[in-house]
Design a protein around this ligand. Structure first.
Ligand SMILES: *Cc1c(COP(=O)(O)O)cnc(C)c1O
Ligand code: SF4
Length: 320
């Protein structure tokens, strides 16, 4: 784990001054060594570097960029659980992540609320509502938890009979694959009565390595469905070629694209914004080059909406 910007700069052969780094960011700098090793040395616009480098641009105050952009704090019936969409609840299993992504929409979330003791309330809530059929482990990142804790969570979900699916959202398999290799956890997932889905969070083909490939094969052999969600990020993956390569490489490692999120308007991340119109152009470009199953759904998360909202061009709305 690299938590010093100077150490990163040594590794990738840059001086912090050249990169316009904020040396004392409010959202701390943190990157696993595996991820840092995929950064091209000497390239200040490397798409992986831009995702983790605390830029001075984060301090810009930009209209419409807020600390709770997706209305999470309003969908928080018990601490550590979000119930925004019908049939699915999201459990904030861990407040921590192995990497700090600068665009993160949860960078301001009051994670100190998330404590193990609150899970009992969360499981009670799920038990009491038999419309809930899917439990999503998210965070932070659930893979920041110890294997035994994950297994305990799985066991608690399994006993709730109306739950049929457990979904794990994690960036760890790509950014720190060695940590996602968990033989006992995998064995338990394979033996579970639940459908298991792993949604990896990968934004660029360069994040996919021989190590992630081996890992995904293990998950596939355990019968786990593998999906990816990405975030559309200016300077990182806002070209048709980059997105097409990402879909192709995901598929070559056994992962299907699921969502491509438009950036949540979180304070400090405005420099990553890709406008809707540009998103539309990118989506059209992907459709022309890829089979439908490799084109992710482009969505935005709009507070108060009943599902993630498909990308739409306002100017086309009223036309046939
Ligand atoms: C994204 C999200 C989900 C899952 O939505 P899907 O469309 O099923 O992927 C569930 N709960 C919350 C709070 C979410 O943000
Ligand atoms: S892994 Fe996900 S939750 Fe964690 S910092 Fe990155 S984007 Fe945010």
């Amino acid at each position: 784990m690299i938590q010093s910007i100077n150490e990163l700069c040594d590794l990738i052969k840059h001086s912090p001054a050249d990169l316009g780094v904020d040396k004392n960011p409010s959202f701390a700098f943190k990157v696993p060594r595996h991820f840092a090793q995929q950064i091209e040395p000497g390239n200040p616009t490397d798409p992986l570097l831009l995702q983790i480098l605390p830029s001075l641009q984060e301090q810009e105050q930009v209209l419409n960029f807020h600390t709770d952009p997706v209305g999470d704090l309003k969908a928080n019936p018990v601490e550590s659980l979000l119930h925004k969409y019908q049939g699915r609840v999201l459990l904030m299993a861990s407040p921590k992540c192995d990497i700090h992504c600068r665009y993160c929409f949860r960078r301001h979330f009051p994670y100190q609320q998330v404590k193990k003791t609150h899970w009992q309330d969360a499981f009670q809530y799920i038990q009491n509502d038999d419309s809930i059929h899917e439990v999503i482990l998210s965070g932070g990142d659930p893979y920041a938890l110890a294997e035994a804790v994950l297994i305990d969570l799985l066991t608690q979900v399994e006993v709730i009979s109306h739950v049929s699916t457990l979904r794990i959202h994690s960036r760890t398999p790509v950014v720190m694959p060695e940590k996602a290799v968990r033989p006992n956890w995998l064995k338990r997932l394979q033996a579970s009565r639940l459908n298991i889905v792993l949604v990896v969070h990968c934004n660029h083909a360069n994040e996919l390595t021989a190590e992630s490939h081996v890992l995904f094969q293990q998950y596939q052999q355990a019968g786990i469905t593998l999906l990816n969600q990405s975030v559309l990020l200016s300077g990182v993956n806002d070209s048709v070629e980059t997105l097409v390569n990402l879909s192709k490489k995901l598929f070559s490692q056994g992962v299907l694209p699921y969502y491509c999120h438009l950036l949540d308007k979180v304070a400090g991340a405005s420099h990553f914004e890709v406008k809707n119109r540009q998103g539309w152009v990118l989506l059209e470009g992907m459709k022309q080059q890829l089979p439908g199953y490799l084109v992710p759904k482009f969505v935005a998360e709009i507070a108060g909406e009943p599902y993630k909202t498909p990308l739409a061009l306002p100017s086309l709305k009223n036309k046939p």
